[in-house]
Design a protein around this ligand. Sequence first.
Ligand code: NAD
Length: 484
Amino acid sequence: MVKMLIAGEQTDATATDELEVVDPATEDVYETVPAGGVDAVELAVQAADAAFPEWSRTDAEKRAEILRKALDLVGEHRDEIVETLTHEQGKPTLEAAGELQHFVHGMHYYADLATKVRGAYQELPSTLGRSYGMVIKRPVGPVAAIVPYNYPLTLMGTKIGPALAAGNTVVVKPASSTPLATLRVAELFHEAGLPAGVLNVVTGRGATIGDALVGHPLIRRVAFTGETGTGRHVAALAAPTFKRISLELGGSDPMIVCPDVDVKAVIKSAVIARFWNAGQSCLAAKRLYVFDEVYDELVGGLAQELERYECGTGWTKPEKPKLRMGPVHTKGGRQELAEQLEDAVSRGAKVLVGGGPPEGADKGYFFRPTLVEGAPHDSRLVQDEVFGPILPVFRVKDIDEAIRLANDTRYGLGSSIWTHDARYIDRAAREIEAGMTWVNQIHYGYDELPFGGLKESGLGKEHGLEAMMDHYFETKSVVVGGLG
Ligand code: NAD
C-alpha cells in the first residue's frame, strides 16, 4: 500500500479501508492506497493551516529555490514516475512522459514568478492628513486542490505551482483512481526540503473527502478541475463560507477547418487534437466542422490516418508504422461512450471508422478511435462532453454556419480555426464563445497563457501570471497616515 502524505509523514492512520488502483489496460489491481475519510481531511487541513504562517513569510527566493530543487529531484526519478503514471492512468509511456515534462515546465514557470510579485503605490488626498496608499498582495491561506484522473500531474501542477510560489499551503485530493504519481511527487518535494504541512495529499473517495475538504472552514480557496456536474456541487459547497474558487470543467471544443488549408497537415493535427490521451482531454477537438470545399479529402484522409492506431498497453510499442492508443480510464467511461455513440447512430449517424472495443480484446477498457458522420446536432454525441476517442464531423458551407454550430453547446472551453484568411481568424477570435481559440494549432494548454472556460466550462483561470495574481493572492489596501 502507498500511504497518504500528511504533515510531512506517510500515513494511513485514519483510513478505515483501502482503495484499489486498477490498471485500465489489464484490469488488474496495480496498487492500493488508504481510503481516507473525514478524519484524514481534518489532519491534512490542520497541517496546512499550521504550516501557513511560516511558509507565507518564507523569503520568495527561498520558496523558489525549494521548488526548483524539488523539480530536479522529480527529474532524477523521471522513469519511475512515468511508469507509475502509465499504469495507473492507462496512457502510453510517451504521453505519460509528456505529461511529466509539462508538469515540470509549469512548476518552473511559477517558481520563477515567486520573486516577481508586485503591488502598487497610490497618492491620496490630504483631507485626513498627509497619507499614501499601498495595494499589497497577501497569500490566501490553505488551498484545496482537487484533481481529475485524465492528467493527474499537470492538473495538480496548475494548482500547487501558483499556490506554493505565492506562499500558500495546499491539501491535494487526487482522483481516487490516480493517486500514485501524485503521492510520489509530493514525497520528493518533501525530500527536497519543502517544510512539513506545506503540501499534503489525502486519498479516498471523492464524495467523502471532497465534500469534507471543500466545506472545511480553514480552507480559504478551492481549485477544482473535473466534470461540470461535480463542479456545480463543489461551487454550492464553497458558497456558504465565500471561499475563493476556480472551476475548470468539461468542454466540447469545436475545430473549424476552412478551405485554404494544407489538408494533410490538418489531418495530422486533428488526430492529435482529438485522440491524444485516448480522447480524454478537457481541451480536445471534440467536434470537427469542415468547409464543403475540403470536406471529402479531409474526412477520407482522416479515416485512413486513424487506421494507423492500435489499441494496447501503454508500456509496449506497436510495430511501425502503427501508433499506440491506450485504454480509456474506466469501464463506466467506456460504457458511456458506447451509449453516446448508439444515441447518434440510432438517429442516423454513420460510423466511418472504429465504433467500439477492438476485436478480441478481452481485457482492458479499450475503445477504437472512431469517426462519425451525420450525427444530429442535438444528439448526445454532440451536446454531451464525449470523454473518449470519438470524433463527429460536419460539413459546413461557410463561416457563419461554422460559428453558429461551434457555439451550439453549453460548453465554452477551447476552440480552433484552421486557415490563413485574416477575415475568418478575426470572426473566430471575436465570435466563438470559448476561453481560448487556437489558430492553426492543436488545443494545447500553454503554461504562459491564462486559460479557463466560459458558460458551463467553468469559472476563473489557471495558467499564466493571471492565475497566480488573481487567484492565489488577496488584494489588500493599506493606508499609511500620520505623516504630518
Ligand atoms: P470528476 O468530476 O469525476 O472528478 C474530479 C475530482 O473531483 C476527483 O478528484 C474526484 O474524486 C473529485 N470529487 C468527486 N466528488 C466530489 C465531491 N463531492 N466533492 C469534491 N470533490 C469531488 O472528474 P473526472 O471524471 O476525474 O475528470 C474528467 C472531467 O474533468 C472531464 O469533464 C474533463 O473535461 C474535466 N477536465 C477539465 C479541465 C479544464 O481545465 N477545464 C481539465 C481536465 C479535465
